[in-house]
Design a protein around this ligand. Structure first.
Ligand code: NAD
Length: 316
């Protein structure tokens, strides 16, 4: 990775791509940011708008609208190009259209001579990430999907309201598909370091109203609830992408739930799904294998089976 000037390309300068760019610029995550979109004028407009932030940010980011050619010396290529699900459509409904877009994106990026790390947000993100891995030929540590990073953040936000604790003092993950079949590994959720299941057992009266299944559903359906009100979602994913990019550049060794290709971890092969992983300058350093309970293992496997069924639709 080129460490003198940190460079990121964002492919897809729509709502998620531009929210991500805004986050990157405000946090000074890289020195050079190129926006690429099939609608080049949109990318030009976003780049102009973002470049006018420079007087009000702590660091300078060179921002411009570019082409795939520019990807050749990028450290990270963020992919947010894709069809946005229409009301009533699931993320998986957009699968075929998304897969076609991904083919053109990956060939454009790889033909440039790109040697960096792919970060994918385009939905259905687990399947798109798998496809990018297959088409790019890059090692699996260098292809990362946002996966259940956003869902895990949503989970922590919901729990923070119930327990009246800062979400950053709550740890735990949604695992599996970024979608309806995701599950929460409750056996590994802690509030202030204390296992949530133990808290619920010890304080039965205080937390009598808590229904864990309903929290899982609220977490999985949070995107839908937002979309019902404002059409779609973008800030959360935009920030998740920026956060992963920052963890890569800073060689943070930060653990977060992302979509990654499993090769024997959790007993799974040839699938890309949401699990906790250690993020470093080389991408995914290691997948964290939680000791799931039998029930959790079976929920996780079911979610992966749903992903596999959809992977078949695009020939995997
Ligand atoms: P959007 O319609 O606002 O933007 C998509 C952009 O992609 C458009 O500007 C479009 O011109 C561009 N595009 C389409 N085909 C392209 C191609 N072949 N090459 C380059 N650019 C191309 O949509 P959005 O709201 O920004 O969402 C983008 C994607 O992110 C969707 O797939 C959406 O489902 C997904 N998303 C993911 C998450 C997550 O948590 N992973 C959350 C929200 C949205």
């Amino acid at each position: 990775m080129n460490r003198s000037t940190r460079k990121i390309a964002i492919i897809g300068a729509g709502l998620v791509g531009s929210s991500c760019a805004y986050s990157i610029v405000n946090q000074g995550i890289c020195e050079e940011l190129v926006l690429i979109d099939i609608n080049h004028e949109r990318a030009v407009g976003e780049a102009m708008d973002l470049s006018h932030c420079m007087n009000f940010t702590n660091t300078r980011t060179k921002i411009y609208a570019g082409t795939y050619e520019d990807c050749k010396d990028m450290d990270i290529v963020i992919v947010t190009a894709g069809p946005t699900p229409k009301p009533g459509q699931s993320r998986l409904d957009t699968l075929r259209a998304g897969a076609k877009i991904m083919e053109s994106v990956v060939s454009g990026v790889m033909e440039s001579g790109f040697q960096g790390i792919f970060l994918i947000a385009s939905n259905p993100v687990d399947i798109m990430t798998y496809q990018v891995w297959k088409l790019s030929g890059l090692p699996r540590n260098r292809v990362i999907g946002t996966g259940t990073s956003l869902d895990s953040s949503r989970l922590r936000t919901i729990l923070s309201e119930i327990f009246e604790v800062d979400p950053r003092s709550i740890h735990g993950y949604s695992l599996g598909q970024h979608g309806d079949s995701q599950m929460v590994a409750w056996s590994h959720v802690t509030v202030g370091g204390k296992p949530i299941l133990q808290i619920l057992e010890e304080q039965k009266e205080r937390f009598a109203d808590i229904d864990l299944d309903s929290i899982v559903e609220q977490t999985a359906k949070a995107g839908l609830e937002i979309s019902k009100r404002k059409g779609t979602t973008y800030y959360g994913t935009g920030n998740s992408l920026a956060y992963i990019a920052r963890s890569i550049f800073n060689d943070d060794y930060r653990v977060m739930a992302v979509s990654t290709i499993l090769d024997g971890e959790y007993g799974e092969y040839e699938i890309c799904t949401g699990v906790p992983a250690i993020i470093t300058r080389d991408g995914i350093k290691e997948i964290v294998e939680l000791n799931l309970t039998e029930a959790e293992e079976s929920q996780f496997a079911q979610s992966n089976d749903i992903l596999r069924d959809y992977m078949k639709i695009i020939g995997y």
